[in-house]
Design a protein around this ligand. Structure first.
Ligand code: OAD
Length: 236
């Protein structure tokens, strides 16, 4: 089982949420941009901010860490990758067995019904419009919002159940590029540990999980993961 967070995409040029002065929640307020009530009060502001992030993410490509994890899945077909990232870079790298715990920023859904909205439903060129969020086809008062989990919202229960089942079932749990502070994602490693899994953390910084980890690599994921996978592919 592999759990990833924003640090895995840092080497693709996507800012992390915490950790340094450039990180997203050092520069922007999550209460103003990443809650249901912020969207209801200021839909244009929230939509514009997500459009800006979508543009950045659309230009990013998978880095050595994403590519190494896709190769790891080839070596270990039973592997499950659970990501907190919403950028789609694990799919782009070729990972198949993927659980997106916090959604995907490139998708949208109706803010009233939470039904998915395809961009081609409202726009002939299939592009997300700038400025105001478009009306939802699913509800007369609905607007399109990004299909990501906001603060105060529950995770999709089926998605979370799959992630929990993988954590309880695994022999080795990798925690890579996550500050391990956001629940319920942060507890998955603890669940795995309680079932006897070996915990491996890859993060240049210490996290609350570090003291539980059996192996700690204080390196960028894009440096260490290709070496680990190379060793699995060619052990001698
Ligand atoms: P954070 O931004 O909280 O943490 C990123 C972690 O990546 C930090 O611990 C960094 O030390 C580490 N890091 C930075 N560069 C790295 C590299 N090259 N290789 C490995 N690690 C590196 O990101 P998450 O833990 O993913 O939620 O944040 C969890 C959730 O909080 C996000 O999914 C998001 C956010 O609010 C939602 O949007 C719902």
């Amino acid at each position: 089982m592999v759990m990833t967070g924003a640090g895995v995409s840092a080497e693709s040029g996507i800012a992390t949420f915490r950790g340094d002065d450039d990180s997203i929640w050092s520069r922007f307020s999550p209460h103003e941009l990443a809650t249901e009530s912020a969207f209801v009060q200021h839909p244009e502001r929230v939509w514009s901010w997500y459009q800006w992030r979508r543009r950045q993410i659309a230009q990013a490509t998978p880095n050595a860490a994403h590519l190494a994890l896709a190769r790891l899945e080839q070596c270990v077909p039973s592997m499950t990758l659970v990501t907190q990232n919403v950028d789609g870079l694990h799919q782009a790298a070729g990972t198949q067995n993927l659980i997106e715990l916090h959604g995907n920023i490139m998708r949208s859904k109706c803010h009233m019904t939470h039904k998915p909205i395809d961009p081609s439903d409202w726009c002939p060129d299939g592009q997300y419009p700038e400025g105001k969020p478009p009306a939802s086809p699913h509800h007369p008062k609905g607007l399109a919002r990004p299909d990501v989990v906001w603060f105060g919202e529950a995770l999709d229960s089926i998605t979370l159940d799959r992630a929990v089942a993988s954590s309880l079932d695994c022999e080795v749990f990798f925690s890579i590029g996550t500050s391990a502070v956001v629940e319920p994602a942060a507890s998955l490693a603890t669940m795995a540990r309680q079932q006897g899994a070996c915990i491996v953390e890859i993060n240049p910084q210490h996290t609350p999980l570090s003291m539980l980890a059996d192996y700690l690599f204080h390196n960028p994921a894009g440096q260490i993961l290709p070496l680990l996978v190379e060793h699995l592919e060619h052990p001698h």
